[in-house]
Design a protein. Structure first.
Length: 399
């Protein structure tokens, strides 16, 4: 697979920009499928990066959609509705209706209220809708075990619901796989309890393992697929009992994204701190686990590489890399050693294919949103979203 010339991308398309490599994204998903086995389905959580939806629709079995807006994106992109797991903690009659109109494959129910909303929509339509009750795992998401049992025990009160299985997700970036193994064992026990004590046979499990990926200097990047290999046997045990789909976003998408930003100013303050001001900032770039720039992402100076690299005698200088926002929080990394850093240099921040593009504080200071560049088939680069001004969204219209 040819390597993207990010320096050329920066010259041609400008900064700040995200570059998402859909070829690398699909190859990673295919590698994960080979690792976990063909009998384990893959569900891409589109909240991680909606720009990857077309690519994910080619290689994933399902897409998790968590809001009316995400559903609208899928409708606009002509996604097969049967692929969609319509999730989300705050369902409304309107959102349930829209999802049913589109024909989503399955709904999750995060509460008995959700079950009632979906039942009501099914009754109006004269249609039985597939539902996955989500079991609470210690956060605000999902329903209690008692509510799950009540739903199963009183399923005759929900004649328009087909309760096909269980949805279970705890969190992300969980690197100690003993927790996932414990959860899967618990879920197998729950299946037995539902069958033996409640007469309900679980057919499907939608499970989010929350596998971790490395992001910062000092972490192990030698084999970022190893967590999937380590969990394979536990997944296969469950897949031998029920139809299993693993739902992930970060683990699929992180490595396919690079953020390009240019150095606009360099200065040294009286305390000796060297500041590098770039044309991006935390309004665009957000790494999970990062706090006030205390960790160092993987950063390349693309312009330095074009210059042929630093001379052997060039001193390493520690820089505090900050963005364009008028807040002391706008620190991308508090201390990173760089050689021969100059104004106009383009820095590439790696491993930002998941979440940064949607989690940033995009409306703060009404700054321009970055351009989105996609590497599509045959290595072709396309603009998926141009530079977008946010000032109109922050302007009051009171007439």
């Amino acid at each position: 697979m040819a390597v993207i010339d990010y320096a050329q991308v920066a010259h041609e398309y400008g900064t700040p920009s995200f570059v998402f490599d859909t070829i690398a994204f699909k190859q990673r998903m295919q590698c994960i499928r080979e690792i976990v086995g063909d009998n384990v389905g893959l569900c891409y959580a589109i909240k991680a990066n909606p720009f990857l939806i077309p690519a994910a629709a080619e290689v994933a079995d399902k897409l998790e959609v968590c809001s009316p807006g995400e559903l609208a994106i899928c409708e606009e992109l002509d996604v097969d509705p049967a692929m969609i797991v319509f999730s989300g903690v705050n369902k409304t009659p309107e959102s349930v209706h829209e999802a049913a109109e589109f024909g989503v494959g399955v709904f999750t129910a995060e509460s008995l209220k959700h079950a009632a909303l979906i039942e009501a929509e099914g009754a109006v339509r004269g249609q039985v809708l597939d539902v996955l009750p989500r079991l609470n795992s210690g956060s605000q998401f999902g329903m209690s075990r008692a509510d799950l049992m009540s739903l199963v025990d009183n399923k005759e009160d929900y004649p328009h619901l087909n309760i096909v299985g269980i949805h279970y997700f705890v969190g992300t970036q969980r690197k100690k796989l003993k927790h996932q193994r414990k959860e899967l064992s618990m879920l197998l026990g729950l299946f037995d309890e539902l069958r033996d004590e409640h007469g309900f046979e679980v057919e499907r499990l939608e499970y989010g393992p929350g596998l971790g990926v490395p992001l910062f200097e000092g972490e192990d990047f030698s084999d970022t697929l190893e967590p999937a290999r380590e969990l394979r046997d536990a997944l296969q045990e469950v897949a031998g009992r029920v139809e299993l789909t693993i739902e992930m976003g970060r683990f699929f998408a992180t490595e396919c994204g690079t953020y390009l930003t240019s150095v606009n100013d360099l200065k040294t303050h009286d305390d000796g701190t060297n500041y590098c001001i770039v044309d991006g900032g935390i309004n665009h770039l957000a790494y999970v686990g990062q706090l006030m720039g205390m960790k160092v992402p993987i950063i390349r100076n693309l312009t330095l590489e074009e210059r042929g690299g630093a001379d052997a005698g060039d001193e390493h200088v520690e820089w505090c890399v900050c963005g364009s926002l008028c807040t002391t929080n706008d620190i991308l990394t508090r201390g990173v050693e760089l050689q021969d850093l100059r104004e106009g240099d383009v820095l590439a921040f790696e491993n930002c294919g998941a979440y940064s593009v949607t989690e940033g504080l995009h409306l703060f200071l009404s700054r321009t949103m970055p351009r989105i560049i996609m590497r599509a088939e045959e290595g072709e680069l396309v603009v998926a979203r141009d530079f977008t001004e946010t000032s109109a969204l922050n302007t009051p219209h009171m007439k």
